[in-house]
Design a protein around this ligand. Sequence first.
Ligand code: ATP
Length: 815
Amino acid sequence: MSKTKIAVLTSGGDSAGMNAVVRSIVKFGIIKGCETYVVREGYEGLVKGNSRPPPHRGNGLAGLNGPLPAKFQDNDFVHNLRFGDGGLLREGEGDSVDDTNGKSLKGRHIIRVGWDDVRGWFAEGGTLIGTARSKAFRTPEGRLAAAQNLIKEGINALAICGGDGSLTGADVFRAEWPQLVARLHTEGKITEDEAKANAHLRIVGLVGSIDNDMSMTDLTIGAPTALHRICEAIDNINSTAFSHSRAFVLEVMGRHCGWLALLAGVSAGADFIFIPERPPAANPWEDEMCEAIHRHRVMGKRKTIVIVAEGAHDADLNPIRAEYVKDVLTDRLGLDTRVTTLGHTQRGGRPCAFDRILPTLQGVEAVDALLEATPDTPSYMIGICENKITRVPLMEAVAMTASVADAISQKDFAKAMALRDPEFRESLDGFIATSSLDDTKTLPQNQRMRVAIIHMGAPAGGMNAATRAAARYCLRRGHKPLAIHNGFRGLLEDNLETLTWLRVDGWMARGGSELGTNRALPDIDLGAVAAQFQKHHFDAFFLIGGFEAFRALQIMEKAREHYPAFHIPMVHLPATISNNVPLTEFSLGSDTSLNALVDACDAIKQSASASRNRVFVVETQGGKCGYIATMGALAVGAVIVYTPEVGINLDMLRKDVEFLKDRYLLDTKGRSEGRLVLRNESSSTVYTTQFIKDMFQAEGGDLFDSRMASLGHTLQGGIPSPMDRARAVRLSLKCMAFLEKQHDVLRVVPEHKRRAQPASAAVITIQGNRVELTPVIEMVKHADMKNRRGKNTWWEGYKALAEALGGKTPLCEGY
Ligand code: ATP
């Protein structure tokens, strides 16, 4: 079979993470032995093709630091390092470049790219290969030209990253391909051999869209970053709204999809939102909004935030505009109200951690999907379902996306909601439960609980958001939320507070732990702890924290045989930056921490690159769990990562030094890059960060030098990420529902006879596409108690992937 030549293009509106898609497809394509190309300016570039020949490439390694060493002579990977002409893709290096040496992209849209052409693309927003909305591609003639250009360049696999429009275009192109090839042949534009060789075009779609408007995937590339931008804006607005006791109406993007407005509403703790899928129930809606906001004001709120999706409308499809909402708030409630339209600021900027990791993993899946495609398999769209990268038939995804818009236009809002993923629906429930006081949801007196809430271990982003959600849920249902300050020590000192609706109002955006947290376990004095449970009449216990909280729950469940006070429902919501709680794939705080790591590493990398040939060894926290180091390496493009799970030995270090030497040797003269190495703090007691840095320094000679940086507590992050906040709300409410259900079983038994089942002490866990409340006794089987981490981790294989994408594995082949 002929070599696979993969081209990747970005189309439609730009989104953060598109560059990471291109980087991943190019790098993984090269690893898999493909030739890789980019198409500039989306479909428009495909239609225009190349009107000039490629610049002379030589052997692609002309700028090498000296002659190519013998061991690399036949290395395909090495030849792909600098084979391309894509280094010209950055502004100022492309069309406008002096043309005399032929190194110009003028008239060229389909460009061969090598490994190093996409180096450092992570940190850049938008798309460096350009995007466009192409009218020509909508026409059969345009698509005929596009097909001809692909065939002439010998490209037989195409990856498209764009929104629903772009993927619809991809679907049309694929369906039409046989006719296009036949027509090109009939018209004499391609030879018979070319027609035969190109009977089948392999196509894969990746969804790059800030609206998160594509069906059959939980998230689209760029949506998480857009959410970051919106939440940053609201967090900033909050302080001025509070100072002046103002109302702000924010218009955010989303024509057919309210994901951004909804998630921003949840994460930023808004008062009211308008989304296309669920218009306000009341008619007129103005009454419903004013009532809700008036109630909040009466309670003492000084600020009001209303979020309006661009495509918001009422139940009769009359548009709801931010300016009109402002007028209503001003006229009816007399609020000093301002409108902020975030516009294109939502699109841009540096991609957040998730918009680096997701496109990287999806790019890898896209290459595999292209390589495995046959004329009998459908074209796939790469999606994500909870934590699993998926392939779904492109045609079905496009059709289902269109059916959401249809359902909305037919006012079938129940159908529109049903077509959204479960997380969307749960987020809406979460928003409603935490933003409005609704007396109709209050439970009868005998079903109400006194719910104790405690934080344990180190602070993690989202702890306060989870507490806020729990407290508000309790108040809505008539339960009493009792916050325990300062962990189990605080409980022994009667350091308790009944939370109120207003008290927790600003907690969504607060980092750290508002309740105070420490590592003391209940066995500091189990008897006294049990006595406090009795004294304060706890009916349910909610722990938010890391491995300590898990241990605490285990201790109390076991102690039930001696202490009746522990025969109440208890639940643990994992919150730790280390993400080391067994079984669950994510804990609160881990996303905030990855974002803090990305911010720090971007700055470090800039400094390392300024000095051209510097290797930075960056130490991360994480205890005996390498999650942050591994996922961080994927998110920042580190070339080597050391984790406690794998450890460090001398043989490994020798190979790593060799790899770095080879890599710097192969860099183009004068264009070496700074490179990052991530090392988890507990990877080895002997080969410390200082040791590795000194070793690189000594071994690097003239090729590279080395520095180190320890990120320490900065990884606990300041303001929690929107993802941690939204996840906190969703999981916290599930925990509350669990406590209610378990309490219902127990409350009918007289207090002195109550015997809680082991399953009533559980940990909420995310497992693939499921959220499970796993009994703590079951959790223990999955725990490596000595090393304080899970026995099996879903992310372990990503160390090898991160290093492969750093170039290590291909270069180390044959060692
Ligand atoms: P965004 O979500 O940012 O709007 P999008 O991919 O939906 O991104 P569109 O402008 O709808 O953006 O589509 C991008 C390009 O895809 C169009 O300019 C056009 O070239 C191509 N395209 C869209 N729909 C079709 C179609 N039905 N047939 C052929 N090409 C299409």
